[in-house]
Ligand binder design. Sequence first.
Ligand code: ZN
Ligand code: ZN
Length: 409
Amino acid sequence: MDNLSMLEKYADLILKKGINLQPNQNVILKSNTDAMDLNRLIVKRAYELGAFHVYVDIGDDEISRLHLSLAPEEALEKFYTYKIDGFTQMLKEDAALISIACPNIDLFKDISPLRLGKSNKASAIAGKEFGSIISNQDVCWTIASYVTDEWARKVFPDLELSYAKEKLWEKVYEATRVNLKDPIKAWDEQSSSLLNRCAKLNEHNFKYLEYTSSTCNLKIELVENHVWLGGSGKNKNGVEFIPNIPTEEVFTVNDKFGIDGSVKSTKPLNLSGVMVTNFSFDFKDGRIVDFSAETGYEVLKNYLDIDEGARYIGEVALVPFDSPISKTNMIFENTLFDENASCHLAFGRAYPSCIKGGDKMSEDALSEAHVNRSLTHIDFMIGSDDLSIFGIEQDGKKIEVFKKGNWAF
Ligand code: ZN
Ligand code: ZN
């Protein structure tokens, strides 16, 4: 099959399973100039499938880079909100959101972390309401990735570019199951297997998880009334959608103040175009009290300094070491893939839907329940083939959850 028809299958998967497009629905497509062929296919298929209006918001990496390197510093802190306000209004009227990630890993490597930090903070503040509609799962949303030149070069530095891209697309189609005869059906099965896993974890209702491996020694308390989620989510009207394509994780929310120990990253992290490698965190009463990084320390520090909540964990996610993405045996250098190949945590805000009734709780009520709040949310990978996890039930009973990096039950 040629790449165009594969890309069309990919566009269909994004529309039919990703956002689960409804008749006469508005769609916001956030993407990039790199992905014009996919953008056009999504718009075409969306209308063919009954969309009302597809609003397209296209960024350009080089223009973003010029803005960040040349604009006066005050301009980086001034964020005009006409666009984000319009999108927020559309989401309130039940539009669905598609984001196409176009990795360009070293794009901002020459921008000063201070300037990057200012710009990130301004956009995080301006996007607060938009971000909370998304993380509350009020609407259907999805993120999928597009193979860019830069991404392909990074993953296959020794191959000729066109071959590297072809090969990476192959891996992307494999990991997203687009290479299968019926990707929609494959995703139905994947969702139900993740939902079964969640049901089991919810039944155990663990008080703590204890992680041990050569790079990790952590005791993580889970919030009372936490809920494990994974696979598909449901928006406020009960419409099912898949937030991340691909997804292999089940996740829940920790007690903000209930983490002690230390952990070292097992995969590099790309933060605003800067690679942060071999970093580690020390926790005391949930707070990151000390951290280090081999590269990208300043950028990591900026993120941890966005607000007080950025110093605390908001997501605990389990992914077996033998997941299909792990089995590709690649580092995708793209969080959307790598986080689904590895157990991970996120610093910053928690998903309110990970606590019973959380989507109806106020910010204050969430904070009172020790559900972390922050402007940021960044996943980082801690899984390895020697990771062991035990769950401790409310009455103290100890259950093996992960053995040598994989599910033990
Ligand atoms: Zn996650
Ligand atoms: Zn996350």
